[in-house]
Write a protein that binds this ligand. Structure first.
Ligand code: G3P
Length: 217
C-alpha cells in the first residue's frame, strides 16, 4: 500500500520525504487555506514546490464547481508539473470534467466519495484515483473502512484499474485496516503514520537494551 501525505505543509512533507516513507501528497482547499496560501499565483507556486519535493503524485484540487471551469483549472494545474493529479469533487459536473480531462490525457482524483455507486461512476468516467472518506463516514456512525473494502472488491470483480485512495484517515487503526482490505493508497497527516511506530514492547525492549549496552562499554 502506498502512503500519501494529506497536507499542504512543506515542512511536514520534507520530514516525510527525509524518512523515505512517502509516495505522494494530497491536498484540498481547506489544507491550502490552513497554510495561508491565497491567490492563483501563490497557489500555483505552492503546488510547484510540493511537486518538486516529492517523487510521486500530488493531488491539486480545483476550486470551481462548473464543468468548463474545472476543465480550465485542471489543465492549468496539470501544466505545473508532470506529477500533478487534478482532484475533482464527485458531482455530475465533476464526473463530466473527469471524462473530458481523461480524453485530454490528464490524470484525476475524484474526491468526496461516500458510497460504491459514486466510486463506480468516477471510475467509469476515467478517474485515476477515487478518494472515499473514512473518518467522515465514521463521524456519522458508519464504518468507513468497510466502504474501502467494498470498493476494492468491486473494482477487482470488474477489473477496473482506478486506484482506491483511502482518505480522511484519522488514526493508525484506519491505516492498518486499509492495508488489510487492500486499499491502493492511504492518505493522512504525518502523525497517524508515525504512530504506527509506537509499541510499548518496543519501548521497554529498547530500554533494556540501552541499559545492557552501558555494561558493554
Ligand atoms: O483527503 C481528505 C481529507 O483531507 C479529509 O480529512 O479529516 O478533514 O475528514 P478530514
Amino acid at each position: 500500500m502506498k502512503f500519501f501525505l494529506d497536507t499542504a505543509n512543506l515542512q511536514q512533507i520534507q520530514e516525510a520525504v527525509d524518512l523515505g516513507i512517502i509516495d505522494g501528497v494530497t491536498t484540498n482547499p481547506s489544507l491550502m487555506a490552513k497554510e495561508g496560501v491565497h491567490g492563483l499565483e501563490a497557489i500555483q507556486e505552492h503546488y510547484k514546490r510540493i511537486a518538486m519535493m516529492i517523487n510521486g503524485d500530488v493531488s491539486a484540487e480545483v476550486l470551481s464547481s462548473e464543468t468548463d471551469d474545472m476543465i480550465e483549472e485542471g489543465l492549468r494545474l496539470a501544466s505545473i508539473a508532470q506529477n500533478i493529479v487534478v482532484k475533482i469533487p464527485c458531482t455530475k459536473a465533476g464526473i463530466k470534467a473527469i471524462h473530458i480531462l481523461k480524453e485530454k490525457g490528464i490524470r484525476t482524483n475524484c474526491t468526496l466519495i461516500f458510497n460504491v455507486g459514486q466510486a463506480m461512476l468516477a471510475a467509469k468516467a476515467g478517474a485515476t484515483y477515487v478518494s472515499p472518506f473514512i473518518g467522515r463516514l465514521d463521524d456519522i456512525g458508519q464504518d468507513g473502512v468497510v466502504l474501502i473494502g467494498d470498493i476494492v472488491e468491486i473494482f477487482k470483480t470488474y477489473q477496473i484499474s482506478t486506484q482506491v485512495l483511502a482518505a480522511s484517515i484519522r488514526n493508525q487503526s484506519h491505516i492498518q485496516r486499509c492495508m488489510k482490505v487492500g486499499a491502493d493508497v492511504a492518505t493522512c497527516p504525518l502523525a497517524p503514520i508515525l504512530s504506527l511506530l509506537n509499541h510499548p514492547l518496543t519501548d521497554s525492549g529498547l530500554k533494556t537494551f540501552m541499559e545492557d549496552a552501558q555494561k558493554l562499554k
